[in-house]
Every structure is written in C-alpha cells, then in structure tokens.
Write a protein that binds this ligand. Structure first.
Ligand SMILES: Cc1cc2nc3c(=O)[nH]c(=O)nc-3n(C[C@H](O)[C@H](O)[C@H](O)COP(=O)(O)OP(=O)(O)OC[C@H]3O[C@@H](n4cnc5c(N)ncnc54)[C@H](O)[C@@H]3O)c2cc1C
Length: 430
C-alpha cells in the first residue's frame, strides 16, 4: 500500500469526501482517513434521522465531483417551494396585534426564481448518510484516492515541509498538504493551532422523523415562534414496506430551551404525536407514526485561520452556524469547491499547491462569506426568537412586504441557495 501522497485529508464525511474527489480529478494522489464508514444503504427502510437541505449550489458541486448520480439513485426529496412565516402570539401586547400571518407568509417558488430555465426545484432534502455514501462510491471510482477507513490516528506532525500522520493499522502516511475536514471537534485545527471562536446558543434543536398521511410534499416551511422556529422538511418516499404501502416521511425540527426539549424527548410516541399535531402550524399534515427522534445542542464557532503552510481546514472543522436556515454543509461544499479550484490552479501553474500564499486565497474567498452567513443567521435567531411587541410588528410587516417584493424577494432566495453568483471554477477530470 502506498504511503506517500500529494494530499492527506482527515475526515471522509460530506465535505472531506467532496474535496478528495475534486483533488483526485485534478490529478493529485489523495489519502483520506476516517474512523468510521457510512452505514450501508437499505432501499426500503425509513430515512435516517440526520438530513440536510442541499442547495442548488451544493448540487452543482456534487455533480462536478461525480457524486450526484450516486446520491440521486438512492433517496432524496426535491423541494420546489420554500415558505417562511411568524406564528401569531398570545403573550402580552403582541396578543393585540391583528393576525396578519397569512398575509405575512413569504413563499418562494422555483418557477419564479428560475423562470423558463427548466429548473423545477430550489434544492433537495437528503439524508446525510446518503450524501456521504454517494461520495464514497464516487471516491471508489477514482484510482488516485486511497481510503484508510476504519482507522485511528495515533500521531500527526503538521510542521515542516513533509507532513506525517501515523495510523493504528496502516503505519505512517506523508504528504505536502494535510486538509482537516474532521468536523466541529477538529483535531487538525487544534494541532495546527489555527485558533477558534466558539459560543453556545441557549436554544437546542429537537429533530424528529415522522411518517405522515397524504401526498409527498414539494414544500419546506419554517414558522417562527417566540421560542424559536418550527420547521417541516419533506423526505423521500420509501417502500413498499411489509404492508405494500408507499410511506411519506418528513423531518420536523423544533427549536426551544433545553428544558422544553428534554420534555419532548421523554414523551411517549403517542404524547409526542399529539403535541406535534397541536403545537405545529395547521399546515402540518396528519402524522401517523414517530420514526426516530434526537436533539442537538447548538453552537456557532469560527476558526481564526483556515490555513497555514501545508495545512487547510474546511466545513465544520472551520465553522459551525445556527442550523435554522439549513446552511451548514452548504457552506462546507462551497469551501470544498473553492479549495479544489485554488489547489488545482496551482498544480496547473506548477506552483507549490501547499504553500501558504496559495492556500490563503482559499481563506480570503471563504472566511468572510462564511462570517457573513453566520451574522445573518444570528440576526434571524435574535430578531425572531422573542415576543417583543415593536419587533413583532416590524417582523410581520417585513415578511409581508418581502412576499410582495418581486425581484428583491427572488434575489434573496437566490443568494440563500447559492444561485446568485458564479460557482467556483472546478477543474474538469484529469
Ligand atoms: C440539527 C442540525 C440540522 C442541520 N441541518 C442542516 C441542513 O439542513 N443543511 C445544511 O447544510 N447543514 C445542516 N446542518 C449542518 C451539517 O450537518 C454540518 O454542517 C455537516 O455535517 C458538516 O459536514 P463535515 O463533513 O464538515 O463534518 P462532519 O459531518 O462532522 O464529518 C466529519 C468526518 O470526520 C470524521 N472524523 C472526525 N474526527 C476524526 C479523526 N480524528 N480521525 C478520523 N476521522 C475523523 C468523522 O467520522 C466524520 O466522518 C445541521 C446541523 C444540525 C446540528
């Protein structure tokens, strides 16, 4: 087995595996390490609990690296419409506000965003395991990638020209460039002393996969309440199951205080079903069954630096943001695309692709963008999660006006789904 590579990537999650495919397609030899493989895909089973709303831009990146067909042939749910509103409040002065929630409901539609372009959806809701598995299948098609998984890292040496990573089972790997795509608790970030700002939010997220009645929905919606948003994300149908029925699934996300989330987690299935049906907006379809539930503490974090000589970090290793608008891994895919572009360009120019000056271009193009999105999410989080009367009035007027703002409204959603500017120029396969 080879032990000398151009690049070693730590973390074969969604972002690390994307970078591996992109760099290998640019002609570099890549080692990629993870301590666990994604679970195998089972066609008829219910969707797994962790899902992501993948933007238009993320789909393009995944197509470029050859993973999209492997994802699309498993399970995904396109969404054509996206809606946001605020629930009327029964508290304090806000209770006296007229109920304008129907007028103030903002809905975005793929037909308006991409008129006459044959683009029928704004994005897809996909299980994280399906995305990762699709990427692993794409990696397996590329001879320039060697996957070390499952294996454990014993030691990393990230100084000097030749970086070294010692693995429990496969000995020492060396490369000029090490990329940390090892998630929020990144050891690469820590060991390379890239620094980090981190802050925990008071709210937590309760996520629940449910089976519902009716048709598979083509809309994902989010309703803001004083305790935080409540979201509905339709998932791919699955089945036929034992009784020969196609089942419709959705992922519900409920943001609230730690105590409230604990109560939800401890409810029986019957209690939880009744609570969801009662507390969610009336557009929630009738629920049949709770498939799975989990909760997540929420924090934002941002690395001070993304790069140093011979080292770069990407995805959650570099930043985590409030997931209320489902932007986390979408930012990670854009990191991946820019890092692939910058490194591939250096290879083409016969420059040292691991040099700090080359990698700094990646940091320059991504860190500010990621910080801007983080600030925007905070503006939503702090601006909406309260019952303050004047703020509520402004918010409702703002949402209502946004819904009637035509071009401006469409530009906002284009920005959110990454369709407003040029995508990074990804290299054609070598
Ligand atoms: C409740 C919730 C909802 C979310 N919803 C969305 C959404 O709708 N849309 C969206 O875009 N984002 C969403 N996110 C964020 C998204 O899940 C993350 O941004 C994404 O998983 C990050 O991907 P990653 O590849 O950077 O890191 P990870 O998914 O954390 O992958 C890291 C990989 O590195 C491996 N690894 C870690 N340490 C080591 C080590 N020492 N050695 C070897 N391997 C290692 C891990 O096994 C893993 O495979 C959500 C997050 C939460 C909490």
């Amino acid at each position: 087995m080879n032990s000398v590579f151009d690049v070693i990537i730590v973390g074969a999650g969604m972002v690390g595996a994307t970078i591996a495919c992109g760099l290998a397609r640019s002609g570099l030899n890549v080692a990629i390490i993870d301590h666990q493989l994604p679970p195998a895909f089972i066609e008829d089973e219910a969707p797994h609990i962790r899902v992501s709303a993948l933007s238009f831009a993320s789909e393009q990146v995944l197509r470029h690296v050859g993973a999209w067909p492997h994802i699309a042939n498993k399970r995904l749910c396109p969404y054509r419409r996206l809606a946001v509103n605020e629930r009327p409040s029964k508290n304090g002065l806000s209770a006296w506000l007229p109920d304008i929630s129907a007028w103030a409901r903002t809905e975005f539609n793929a037909d308006d965003i991409f008129p006459g372009q044959g683009q029928s959806h704004l994005g897809h809701i996909v299980e994280n395991d399906v995305v990762q598995l699709g990427l692993h299948e794409a990696m397996a098609e590329l001879d320039q990638i060697e996957l070390f998984c499952p294996d454990q890292i014993i030691r990393m040496q990230l100084d000097g020209d030749e970086k070294k990573i010692e693995l429990a089972q496969h000995g020492v790997l060396t490369a000029k460039l090490v990329i940390g795509a090892d998630g929020a608790q990144s050891k690469v970030r820590e060991q390379a002393n890239l620094g980090q700002f981190r802050e925990q939010y008071e709210q937590q997220a309760f996520v629940c996969t449910v089976e519902y009645q009716g048709q598979q929905d083509d809309i994902t919606w989010q309703s803001f309440t004083s305790h935080g948003p409540m979201a509905f994300l339709p998932l791919a149908d699955s089945g036929p199951l034992i009784d020969g029925q196609i089942k419709h699934y959705a992922s519900l996300v409920w943001y609230d205080s730690a105590d409230a989330i604990k109560t939800l987690k401890n409810m029986s299935d019957a209690e939880l079903l009744a609570t969801l049906q009662r507390k969610y907006p009336s557009e929630l379809p009738v629920l049949n069954h709770i498939v799975a539930r989990a909760s997540f503490p929420l924090f934002k974090s941002h690395a001070i630096d993304y790069v140093k000589e011979g080292v770069a970090i990407a995805g959650d290793a570099a930043h985590t943001i409030n997931p209320l608008a489902g932007q986390g891994v979408n930012l990670g895919f854009l990191d991946a695309a820019v890092l692939i572009e910058v490194v591939a360009q250096a290879v083409m120019n016969n420059d040292n692709f691991a040099s700090k000056s080359v990698l700094s271009e990646y940091q320059k193009r991504r860190r500010f963008e990621n910080q801007t999105m983080m600030n925007l999410m905070d503006a939503f989080y702090y601006g909406f999660s309260n019952d303050n009367f004047p703020l509520r009035l402004v918010r409702n007027l703002g949402l209502g006006l946004a819904n009637h703002a035509g071009i401006v409204k469409n530009q906002v959603v284009k920005y959110a789904i990454g369709a407003s500017g040029d995508l990074p120029k990804l290299a054609k396969p070598a």
